[in-house]
Design a protein around this ligand. Structure first.
Ligand code: BGP
Length: 466
């Protein structure tokens, strides 16, 4: 649809940027922090998460940079194991203080804190007891949520429960060190995460009266490879199993019926205890976080043993699944140097689809370009490719707004360079460069990239200049 005049970004639009604790903080065992499953990663050639961008020691300087850029919001995650080192026992006062200071500093600079409660970093002690397969983890999360609301509920108005639950179920390896769970176990984990989110949501509504809470799944429109009806069925299958089942639960508190049939077909229906469905119904979201990177294109299943084509990949790679869909090609879209599809129009498609289904306020909680940035000899980073990527996506967000989507904010990934989940510092996302290599920590200096100044102007003009 063409619009004669585009809607302006709302005055209180949350121009933000995002990070997650284990990818940016470092200080992996400082001041009483317990270990998380991410701390077990010790890759040979690339950075691990032990020091990362050392935000734990640079937080004040980092917030000053956020303020200089003009950020209206900062989405970050709290490390569960920094707050409760074994996940379920004593509270670590030093951990409480770290986020207390960070939140105070943000508020002092009029930056809205948007807090993710759990972003891939389950406390290791909980993992040893079965992690999300163990129902006790649901209660541990509720207890952790209570600690967060007690300590930060007076200042934090936006809470995100679980980051990319759908990716943790569809790409489970990094979250389950030691042993990849079976499909049945994964959907049990998912049920427990749904319950944990719902319980935290109920608690948030009781304890923090004017706060809003929601999930942050990775949502993307799925295209059929051709106009063959069976390709359309495959796209619908995968979009439902990958995306809608998570949002239907968050918004309506029930299992999507197609997703349920899929779990029956694949023998992975979770065990549901008495009372669970009532909790899920009660603990529904106030807004939806959306991590968006790339659309996917799929074709009809052949159901002949060749639908699933294993290949190396990360959270954006679609492998295909027997009897459900095959991974297809989209000749109209480019890819990043890391093989991620670039589809700015797909962001508009995705936001429109979510809006049609749920009519909820939407917040883009992640979107960005991972690239091999180069620091020039005169100390600059000319990331015009990132500016181009973000400009194209912001324009599509404005079109989605004009289409009627209730978009309340946009938090590109990432505010500052941090450890990429698979490529260390070889794949950077930030507006701020961190001067370190994979293994050589150098001085960790913070250097503003060209995109920093560009985004500063976008925010200053509330999106009217891009
Ligand atoms: C999302 C995760 C983030 C971040 C981002 C970029 O799926 O929520 O934590 O890692 O993807 O991914 P990567 O670092 O693999 O390029």
């Amino acid at each position: 649809m063409y619009h004669k005049k585009l809607k302006e970004f709302p005055k209180d639009f949350l121009w933000g940027a995002a990070t997650s604790a284990y990818q940016v903080e470092g200080a992996w065992k400082e001041d009483g922090k317990g270990m998380s499953v991410q701390d077990l990663h010790e890759p040979e050639d690339i950075a691990d998460f032990k020091i990362a961008s050392d935000h734990y020691h640079h937080w004040k300087e980092d917030v000053a940079l956020m303020a200089e850029m003009g950020l209206k919001a900062y989405r970050f995650s709290i490390s569960w194991a920094r707050i409760i080192p074994d996940g379920d026992g004593e509270v670590n006062q030093k951990g409480i203080e770290f986020y207390d200071h960070l939140i105070d500093e943000l508020v002092a600079h009029h930056i809205e804190p948007i807090v993710t409660m759990y972003h891939f970093d389950l406390p290791l002690e909980l993992h040893k007891k079965g992690g999300w397969c163990n129902r006790a983890t649901v209660d541990a999360f509720e207890k952790y949520a209570k600690v967060l609301f007690e300590n930060y509920g007076d200042r934090v108005k936006y809470w995100l429960t679980v980051n990319e639950q759908n990716c943790m179920i569809n790409h489970p390896n990094a979250m389950n060190p030691g042993k990849t769970p079976t499909k049945k176990e994964l959907y049990q984990q998912s049920h427990h995460m749904f319950l944990a989110s719902a319980k935290a949501t109920i608690l948030c509504h009781k304890m923090c009266k004017d706060a809003k809470i929601g999930p942050a799944p990775n949502i993307t429109a799925i295209y059929p490879e051709t106009c063959k009806p069976l390709d359309a069925i495959a796209a619908d299958n995968w979009e439902t199993i990958r995306c809608w089942m998570y949002l239907d639960m968050a918004v309506y508190g029930y299992y999507n019926s197609l997703a349920w049939s899929y779990m029956e077909e694949k023998d992975c229906v979770p065990e549901i205890e008495d009372g669970d469905m009532e909790i899920l119904k009660e603990g529904t979201a106030d807004f939806l976080g959306v991590n968006y990177y790339a659309t996917a294109t799929v074709s009809a299943s052949k159901n002949d043993g060749t639908d699933c084509q294993p290949r190396n990949g990360d959270q954006q790679v679609m492998l295909g699944e027997e009897g459900v869909y095959r991974s297809g090609n989209n000749p109209y879209l480019e890819q990043t140097e890391f093989g991620w599809i670039i589809d700015s129009v797909g962001l508009r498609v995705t936001l429109r689809r979510i809006d049609s289904r749920y009519h909820m306020p939407l917040l883009i909680t992640e979107n960005g370009l991972g690239a091999k940035d180069v620091l020039t000899e005169d100390g600059k980073v000319h990331d015009d490719y990132r500016i181009d990527y973000l400009e194209r996506h912001f324009k599509q967000a404005q079109l989605a707004l004009s289409d009627g989507v209730n978009l309340i904010g946009y938090c590109p990934w990432a505010f500052i360079d941090l450890v990429s989940t698979h490529q260390g510092y070889g794949k950077r996302y930030g507006f701020v460069y961190v001067d370190r290599d994979e293994k050589n920590l150098k001085d960790m200096a913070r250097i503003k990239k060209d995109s920093f100044y560009w985004y500063q102007n976008v925010i200053r003009t509330n999106g009217s200049e891009m």
